[in-house]
Design a protein around this ligand. Structure first.
Ligand code: FAD
Length: 316
């Protein structure tokens, strides 16, 4: 079922989770172990992230280096199908521009339909590790909006080979990313919002936000979106904070601020358990407030901390 249909039919705020595919070399059982304790909360859908391939240099026996391409977390599409099969829950594979030609994207979308997947979250992806700025694949998309148009075309039965006759129209429900604290490359919030509006006008059905730790940022973002005519559901993305290291890693990686009250509490902690408790209580406080304010879905980036997320959702 489509994410937007879940939202339309819901009588209360829904719950959804986001997971990473297992590292190459690990089995899918580790992911099931991660999801098992979360399934009692009946998530409306589960997102599975996409991880592009990277170039790494491996040292040969003679001391020279060989450039090889590796993908650390392959299998997003099949993991979505496996999760649907095991738990009977809808899944949302992330699809990115980076590392894909348009033909590869089309094949991926066709496979997703064969697997019975109704949703995709379309994203640009970040620059590859060895690049300073995002570079599209030769013959690939530069912006999420370009990828989005390809999905919209497929939903209209328009394939890349324009001589195909009586084509099947896919019916993907399409999500896009939004940034309550601005995407780091955008010159300012207004410009970023205009590009977000362009994604919605091109056919995005809903928005999921980057994580935030200050709900005021989310509410201001929703107001700004509504004021320029973005009227699709805006799903808040939430993440538990569980280590002191995250005080610097999260702002650096995701270009977000941590509220002073939260960082002060974390800095007072003496053990990892204390940090996890502060992070958990903060996430519960955020979740209760968002629920009270009628958000359509609480979307949790579970990323290695399913027990923290489970304890928050239990106490909602
Ligand atoms: P875009 O919407 O293309 O925007 C990128 C930048 O370009 C922005 O600064 C925007 O303002 C600007 N822009 C947009 N359109 C135009 C235009 N036409 N002309 C000029 N400028 C423009 N990454 C992964 O690799 N895998 C994942 O699974 C993944 N999941 C994510 C899930 C969520 C909910 C979020 C919020 C992010 C996720 N990301 C993921 C990270 C995402 O790929 C990066 O944040 C990326 O840098 C931007 O992606 P986007 O889809 O927002 O890009």
């Amino acid at each position: 079922m489509k994410v937007t249909d879940h939202i339309k039919q819901a009588k209360d705020t829904l719950i959804s989770f986001e997971v990473l595919p297992p590292l190459k070399g690990k089995g899918i059982e580790a992911l099931y172990k991660h999801l098992d304790p979360l399934m009692e909360f009946k998530p409306a859908f589960i997102n599975v992230t996409y991880h592009r391939s990277e170039h790494v240099f491996k040292k040969r026996a003679d001391g020279t280096f060989e450039k090889v391409v590796i993908r650390k977390r392959p299998g997003t599409e099949s993991i979505c199908a496996a999760i649907m099969n095991k738990y009977n829950v809808d899944t949302v594979p992330h699809l990115i521009c980076g590392g894909f030609s348009v033909n590869e994207t089309e094949d991926a979308l066709i496979n997703l339909r064969y697997l019975g997947i109704d949703n995709v979250l379309v994203l640009r992806g970040d620059a590859a590790k060895n690049e300073t700025a995002f570079e599209p694949e030769p013959g690939g998309h530069r912006f999420a909006s370009d990828l989005l148009r390809q999905v919209v075309n497929l939903n209209a039965g328009i394939y890349l080979e324009d001589d195909l006759k009586s084509t099947h129209k896919t019916e993907f429900c399409i999500g896009v990313a939004g940034y309550p604290e601005k995407h780091f490359e955008a010159p300012n919030m207004d410009t970023d919002l205009q590009y977000l509006k362009a994604k919605v006008e091109a056919g995005a059905d809903y928005i999921i936000t980057q994580m935030f730790f200050d709900n005021a940022r989310y509410y201001a973002f929703v107001d700004a979106c509504r004021s320029i005519g973005i009227n699709v559901p805006i799903i808040p993305g939430l993440k538990p904070l569980y280590s002191k290291k995250q005080l610097t890693v999260l702002p650096k990686t995701f270009h977000i601020d941590l509220p002073t009250d939260l960082s002060n509490e974390i800095l007072k902690c003496k053990t990892d358990e204390e940090v996890e408790k502060v992070g958990r209580d903060w996430l519960l406080m955020q979740s209760k407030d968002l629920k009270k304010n009628g958000v359509p879905v609480l979307h949790y980036y579970t990323l290695g901390k399913p027990h923290v997320v489970a304890s928050v959702v239990k106490d909602l």
